[in-house]
Structure formats: C-alpha cells, structure tokens
Design a protein around this ligand. Structure first.
Ligand code: ADP
Length: 253
C-alpha cells in the first residue's frame, strides 16, 4: 500500500479560484519527491490537503459537481474530518516561514508542542525533544527565545518540532527559501538523513537535483509530468513551458 494516495483531487477556494484539477499520484514509504511549478500552480494547496488543513467540502469534481471518486489517503486513511488526529500524526508539515510555526517562549517549548498534543507522557516528551534538538544541531539552543535565532536556526527548530512527532511523511514548503548557502547545505543534509517519506515543494531545482530522485511538475493545478528528476530537470523546453529554468549546474551541457 502506498503511503500517500491522491486520486482525482480537485479543489476550489471559496472565492471560486480552482487551485487543483484532477490531481492523482502516489508516494511510497521513504520516497523523496519534489513538487515544482510556477507561483500559483497549486503546490501549497496540495501540501495543505495532505494533512487536512483544507476543508474537504472544497473538493469538487469536473464542472464543480461533487466528485465521489476524489480521495486523499495517508497510510490507508481517508483525509476526512473523522481521521484528522491520526492523519496529522502521520504527516508533518513544515511551513515556508518559520515565524508561522514558532510561537513558544523557548525553543524547547516549541519543539515540545507537537508531542504534548499527541498526549505523550512527560518523560517521552522530554526524550523526543532532546533527540530532535540533537538531530537538527540545536541542543545548546533549547532555552533560547525562538525569535532571537537566525533564520537557519529557526527553520531547524521548526523541523525539530515536526520530527519530534515522528511523522511518516514530511511535507515541506520551500525549505531552503531565505537560507544562506551554508544554512541551505546544512538543511539539505538534514533532510537527506531523515528516513521518512518527503514531499518537497520548491523553486530550488539545484537542491531537488541533489536530494529528490523523483519530481512532479504542477502547473495551473494540474500535474504535467511525474518522473525521474534526472530526466525532467534536463528538459529545457519542458521547464520553460512551466515557468522554470534549467538548474545552473546543468546549463551549457
Ligand atoms: P503555489 O504554492 O504553487 O504558489 P498556491 O497553492 O498558493 O500555489 O495557489 C494556487 C492558486 O490558488 C492560486 O491561483 C492562488 O491565487 C489561489 N489561492 C491560494 N490561496 C488562496 C486562498 N486562501 N483563497 C483564494 N485563492 C487562493
């Protein structure tokens, strides 16, 4: 059974904007998949669907009729209101802006937020917080105020909070945005070392070449291609047609 099964998913915002149209794909346990496409392609909307951040009544079939064939399943569970607690346990979402995710008075408190919500006991919470901070290299920053950290550190603090819940899928929105080269490489290494499945929405095609063997190209809410990164990110005409460019390391080859 695939970890993620999205079948014929269409989504319309309340103002009528159709953000996703007939999207279908699967992700297996442990797979690392990139999601690319121009601004407004529907990448964030798709990530939000995976942990039920969007109401399922916005889903619709062709021409706006309710679709009985559309489904989003995580680890065999339909992403519907009744399964939300279990779905959110399985899917960790990392927002683009760390300030949307950090609101505690210390890094420790922020990282503990997810495990506390899972209802774990105090000893387990303490252990998970310690482990996650060690994984992201922030053990020494546990008592610091999140908003005093650098962007790279804040991003890693958010990641620690997400992995402390031990998700099966990590959904990441622009994980390398606003990071300097060293922080970017550090974050990429962290992602590579995590064994859970990942869906990475990003414009950083160089990063995608490095860490995601498979890429899905989304444009105007539709999947245009889904296949090996090595082929798709070398196809200049295809990239250009969808508002993307060859990654610098592949230019002039
Ligand atoms: P991406 O992440 O690829 O930039 P989004 O998922 O943010 O794309 O947006 C997809 C489409 O949905 C765009 O046309 C965008 O304007 C629209 N959209 C996004 N969020 C909302 C919202 N809250 N209300 C109405 N339309 C939205």
């Amino acid at each position: 059974m695939p970890l993620v099964e999205v079948k014929d998913l269409s989504y319309r915002y309340p103002d009528g904007v159709v953000a996703l149209a007939h999207v279908s794909f699967n992700i297996d346990e442990g797979e690392c998949v990139a999601l690319v496409g121009p601004n407004g392609a529907g990448k964030s909307t798709l990530l939000w669907h995976l942990n039920g951040l969007l109401p399922d009544h916005g889903r619709h079939g062709h021409r706006g009729h309710n679709s009985h064939t559309a489904s989003v399943r995580i680890a065999g569970m339909d992403v519907t209101h009744e399964h939300l607690p279990l779905v959110r346990r399985a899917v960790g979402l990392l927002f683009q802006d760390p300030d949307d995710q950090l609101f505690g008075t210390s890094v420790r408190e922020d990282v503990a937020f997810g495990p506390v919500n899972l209802g774990l006991d105090a000893a387990e919470i303490r252990q998970r917080v310690q482990e996650s901070l060690a994984v992201v290299g922030l053990s020494d920053a546990a008592e610091r105020v999140p908003h005093h950290l650098s962007v790279g550190e804040r991003k890693r603090a958010c990641l620690a909070g997400v992995i402390a819940c031990r998700p099966q899928l990590l959904a990441l929105d622009e994980p390398t945005a606003n990071l300097d080269p060293r922080a970017r490489r550090q974050f990429m290494r962290l992602l590579t070392d995590l064994s859970c499945a990942k869906l990475v929405a990003s414009h950083d095609l160089e990063m995608i070449l490095d860490i995601c063997p498979r890429v899905i190209v989304l444009d105007e809410g539709r999947i245009c291609v889904d296949g090996p990164t090595n082929e798709i990110l070398r196809d200049e005409a295809l990239l250009e047609a969808h508002g993307l460019e060859l990654p610098p390391s592949l230019r002039g080859r």
